[in-house]
Structures are given as C-alpha cells and as structure tokens.
Design a binder for this molecule. Structure first.
Ligand SMILES: [Ca+2]
Ligand SMILES: [Ca+2]
Ligand SMILES: [Ca+2]
Length: 123
C-alpha cells in the first residue's frame, strides 16, 4: 500500500514538472533520503530507478518510446536511447538522468543543493 501511494505521488510529480531540475524542486525532500538538505548522486540514481520502474508499464525492464514519453523529461527518446536499439534500458536511463544531474550541479561538488535545482538551466 505504501508503494502504491509512493507511485501515485511520483506520477503526480513526474507529470507536473518538466525536467530534472523542476522535478527535483518539487520532490526535493523525497529525493533527499537522508534529509541532509541536498541530493547526492546515490540518491539521484535511486530516484532515477524509481522513475524508471514507474514508467515501465509492461515491466519488461525497458522503456519503449511510449513509456519513455509518458515521462516529462528534458531529453528526447533518441537522446536517451544511446545504443539506438529502440528502447531505453535502466542503464541508459540512469546515465542520461545523471548527465542532467551533473549539468544541474553547477558548483561540481557532487550534490544538488536546493538553490542549484531552483536555478535556471544554462545548457
Ligand atoms: Ca517497458
Ligand atoms: Ca537502448
Ligand atoms: Ca552542488
């Protein structure tokens, strides 16, 4: 039951906020597992996997184009599908989410602070 609630909450967040930065702002507390006020790479990876499993409607461990595009993310399906096999694996998904994480980490300390996720994207 808790899992269901978590997924419903995640769905609302994913649908409402474009991109990693927007998503992180809305769900900062959710991503920040240890409550230290910032989101580190491990927390971000874990969250990416949660988002992946939420989007993987048929549970085949890949995101089809339709599944991928059900998410509101900055990166196109083509950009996420690094090996061009027409589906996005967990590895590909985490990789592109972490690229966005690094882009948002403007002071390059390996963690996202609330000010970093709230600041405008520069790419
Ligand atoms: Ca799938
Ligand atoms: Ca692929
Ligand atoms: Ca930072």
């Amino acid at each position: 039951m808790w899992r269901l609630i978590a997924l419903v909450g995640l769905a609302a967040v994913v649908a409402a906020t474009p991109g990693w930065a927007g998503e992180a702002v809305r769900s900062f507390a959710e991503s920040d597992r240890n409550g230290d006020g910032s989101v580190d790479r491990r927390e971000a990876e874990r969250r990416a996997l949660e988002v992946f499993s939420f989007a993987d409607a048929d549970r085949d461990a890949y995101l089809s184009r339709e599944e991928y595009e059900s998410l509101v993310v900055d990166d196109s399906f083509a950009a996420a599908d690094a090996n061009k096999d027409g589906r996005v694996s967990t590895r590909e998904f985490v990789a592109i989410r972490m690229r966005d994480f690094d882009a948002a980490d403007t002071n390059h300390d390996g963690v996202l602070s609330p000010s970093e996720v709230g600041s405008p994207r520069t790419d």
